[in-house]
Ligand binder design. Structure first.
Ligand code: CDM
Ligand code: ATP
Length: 282
């Protein structure tokens, strides 16, 4: 029997990002707050009884075997031995390589949706574990909560933050996460501190100074946004963001952004709209 489901795949911001060490396998240990937003891509999925997986996308260049949507679907088939397949359409709106987790969120929503459509009954812990094999940012989207995160981002403590509007602006440079994490000049020894203390100090992103040096357009964009409100970079860039209590103020800034940028405004949410949609589907 064919079943269908549409799920959002929303963006995240790293409200701060501390790099606290490096593991033996090269991955970096972090402390961060992942703020989920109510804005992102949409996935439309239909299951069928043969194992083929097909992907279509409004950005045809993203249709390839390495797309995280297909990698997530294949991983789920391999892990469970499931012989069902799916036709998946990805409506992509999030910028690529923006530090807002677009690909990771697509992967997480694919895992959540196919677990439902194929009636696999995997727990959230199992799906988060599978997600971690695809990328460090995938588990947070599987769990679907704004959270304080440690480890490589997989040790998650949900938190409630005051609701506000975020302006997210992405300059026209594509930054590879791997390149930044492998750079010799990246600071890697910020001391680990408790969440209570982190809520008291000024927030910063340990990747920001290096990225601004390597990509002048990120530095220019940040300087521009700082005229409106306290601003920072998210993840390994290239996007920068600022919080506003009033949407109109965020809109005024968006109208003025540098010509080489794209941007959007979104509300910070405690629960991912993907999780909300999934609960309604059950
Ligand atoms: C910067 C963040 O976005 C913060 O949320 C994430 O840590 C990045 O997560 P991601 O994009 O899912 O990254 P992955 O696809 O897992 O890793 C890409 C590459 O970045 C490096 N990497 C990534 C995450 C991490 N904690 N340490 C690392 O050193 C690794 O070299 C890896 O090969
Ligand atoms: N579904 C997908 N959407 C976007 N990019 C994808 C997808 N699948 C694979 N990719 C590849 O991953 C690269 C990085 O994409 P993504 O948008 O997730 O970066 P990012 O926002 O920097 O992520 P993060 O915040 O997790 O570091 C893209 O350039 C693209 O080649």
């Amino acid at each position: 029997m064919s079943r269908s489901l549409s799920l959002p795949a929303i963006a995240k911001l790293n409200l701060f990002l501390h790099i606290t060490g490096q593991r033996a396998d090269g991955y970096h240990e972090l402390q961060s707050i992942f703020q989920l937003l109510d804005y992102g891509d949409t996935l439309h999925l239909s299951s069928h009884s043969s194992p083929e997986l097909t992907l279509s996308c409004n950005q045809p260049a993203l249709v390839n075997d390495d797309n995280l949507v297909l990698r997530a679907a294949r991983l789920l088939q391999q892990h469970t031995g499931c012989r069902q397949g799916a036709q998946i359409q990805l409506d992509k709106v999030l910028p690529l390589g923006g530090g807002i987790g677009g690909g990771s969120s697509d992967a997480a929503s694919t895992l959540l949706a196919l677990n439902q459509l194929w009636q696999l009954g995997l727990s959230q812990d199992e799906l988060a574990g599978l997600g971690l094999q695809l990328g460090a940012d995938v588990p947070i989207f599987v769990r679907g909560r704004t959270a304080f995160a440690e480890g490589v981002g997989e040790k998650i403590t949900p938190i409630e933050l005051p609701s506000c509007w975020y302006l997210v602006v992405t300059p026209d440079c594509h930054i590879s996460t791997k390149t930044i994490f492998q750079h010799a000049d990246l600071p890697r020894n910020t001391p680990k501190v408790g969440l209570d203390q982190l809520m008291e100090i000024d927030w910063r992103n340990d990747c920001q100074a290096l990225v601004c040096r390597l990509y002048p357009n990120v530095a220019i964009t940040l300087q521009w946004l700082l005229e409106y409100a306290p601003s920072r970079m998210t993840g390994t860039g290239a996007s920068v963001f600022a919080a506003f209590s009033d949407r109109l103020q965020a809109e005024a800034a968006l109208r003025d952004m540098p010509a080489f940028c794209s941007g959007f405004i979104a509300r910070g949410v405690s629960e991912s709209p993907a999780l909300t949609a999934l609960t309604a589907f059950r």
